[in-house]
Design a protein around this ligand. Structure first.
Ligand SMILES: Cc1ncc(COP(=O)(O)O)c(C=O)c1O
Length: 345
């Protein structure tokens, strides 16, 4: 069967060969389960190399869990989490954050997918009033769901705002590698050094096969997290196989090489699409996603050959994502097909 290649999602790409190799390497003999193994210890040391000695990391299976468990660690049920109205935590987690933490999520309209201090300030009211949920966490997504990237001072301002009010800044970093690559910052500079308290670290979209982590920059905040992770059904018995993936991703800059590649392919795709009359780039292309408005009829016609998601039906806006393995040829072929279809639409 001919391998299928598409621009639907960075989740649709395969696993990077270096990660598969790391999996084969740990697939030797027996190792104690539930994380008490040398491979997990090595991975956790690797996280400390990247994020600093006092950073505490907990490995989980998926990004939704990383977000939900982060919130659980930071909140009580009378708290609220402020997030962008397009945030994955608000739109795409089937209410898991609300169900499992009891907290209300407060969605905020955004421009280009980013929260700002004035926008957050508008929903921060009723503080100390027993009738209101109490804002406790600001959650941002970096890079955002629409492929934009917060600049360092934008993150710093949100962190300062949160900390001045006894709140925390959480980053959904399903694509933190793409953002750090764009900003030309290392992982610590892109998170901890900007005032982030807790990071959902994403590996899966960047070449792993189901490897994510929650990273706490203030160890005080993770005191009960071992229990929360187990209660949250995210304690992997054969943890070495997740640990090995994250260790590989954080070795020899694999995280960065993969992110740079997918970002570069998105910029190439953007350039190609800009040449096509009738295709309108909807958001700045700052990471690995390209959001475009195309003629209504073209959507289904392109989907006949390439599977992808419609992002906003009302606006005929679609999302095309690049992955660590997207090639220039993939991009050129796809753009030619879009040109052929849109030209006829
Ligand atoms: C912004 C963002 N956060 C988190 C996730 C994690 O999702 P999952 O639970 O499918 O790993 C995704 C995946 O699509 C995402 O796009």
């Amino acid at each position: 069967m001919k391998p299928v290649r598409s621009f639907a999602s960075d989740n649709n790409a395969g696993v990077h060969p270096a990660i598969l190799k790391a999996l084969a390497a740990v697939n030797q003999g027996h190792a104690v389960g539930y994380g008490d193994d040398p491979y997990t210890r090595a991975a956790l040391r690797r996280f400390k190399e990247h994020f600093g000695r006092s950073a505490e990391t907990f490995i989980v299976f998926n990004g939704t869990a990383a977000n939900v468990l982060s919130f659980a660690a930071l909140t009580s049920p009378h708290h609220a989490v402020i997030c962008a109205e397009g945030a994955h935590v608000y739109q795409d987690e089937c209410g898991a954050p609300e169900k499992l933490t009891g907290c209300k999520l407060i969605p905020v309209p955004t421009v280009e997918g980013k929260l700002t201090v004035p926008a957050v300030e508008r929903v921060c009211h009723g503080i100390g009033d027993q009738h209101h949920v109490q804002p406790r966490v600001i959650s941002i997504t970096q890079s955002t769901e629409v492929g934009t990237v917060y600049q360092p001072d934008e993150v710093k301002k949100l962190a300062r705002f949160a900390h001045q009010r006894g709140m925390f800044l959480h980053v959904d970093g399903a694509r933190i590698a793409n953002a750090a690559a764009t900003l030309k910052l290392n992982l610590r500079q892109a998170t901890r050094d900007l005032g982030v308290d807790v990071l959902s670290f994403g590996g899966t979209k960047n070449g792993a096969m189901g490897a994510e982590a929650v990273v706490f920059f203030n160890p005080e905040l993770c005191r009960d997290f071992l229990f929360r992770r187990k209660q949250g059904m995210q304690l992997a018995s054969k943890m070495r196989y997740i640990s090995a993936q994250l260790d590989a991703l954080l070795t020899d800059d694999l995280w960065l090489r993969n992110a740079r590649r997918s970002n570069r392919m998105a910029r190439l795709l953007e350039r190609e699409l800009r040449e096509i009359p009738g295709v309108e780039i909807a958001y700045k292309v700052e990471a690995n996603g390209v959001f475009v408005k195309i003629p209504h009829d073209a959507i289904a016609r392109i989907q006949k050959r390439y599977f992808y998601y419609v992002w906003d039906e009302a606006q005929d806006m679609v999302r095309w994502m690049c992955s660590w393995d997207t090639t220039e040829e993939d991009v050129k072929q796809f753009a030619e097909f879009v040109l052929a279809v849109v030209g006829k639409a």
